[in-house]
Ligand binder design. Sequence first.
Ligand code: NI
Length: 169
Amino acid sequence: MALLPILCYPDPKLHIVASPVQTVDGHIRALVSDMLETMYEAKGIGLAASQVDVHKRLIVIDVSEERNAPLVLINPDLSWTSPGKHLNEEGCLSVPGIYDSVERFDAVKVTAMDAGGVWRTVDADGVLAVCIQHEMDHLMGKVFVEYLSPLKRNRIKTKMRKLQREDRD
Ligand code: NI
């Protein structure tokens, strides 16, 4: 197991579109285990492979209070979305310290393989539904701040670049 470095917005690598996982093999299972460790360490509720610079369609999520219910979604596909949408406050491990409202479907059905390579369908609402939509956006190269106004987004970019400069110094 290893902690993986998380890419920080506005790193252009966050905009790479991920490709499907071909085979769920030992290499993918090792990646899943490293991503879970990285997500728990960072106290996040979700992490997409894109955020650790691996551009494959793979997501890990845990929205449980106890942090003991990992959900692994490989090659996820939304098979249904609810008619209703709501604004929800979101944050992202790639945009630390920034929280803002994004409109998401209230509920979704997602079909994906688990870490054993078995296809499953997950019915999600509430935080889990929001998290799945947020992480699936990462796989398309989209970070949640791109839903915000250009003014807000530019402020966030400036703030993130400043933080990253301070980190290096
Ligand atoms: Ni994120």
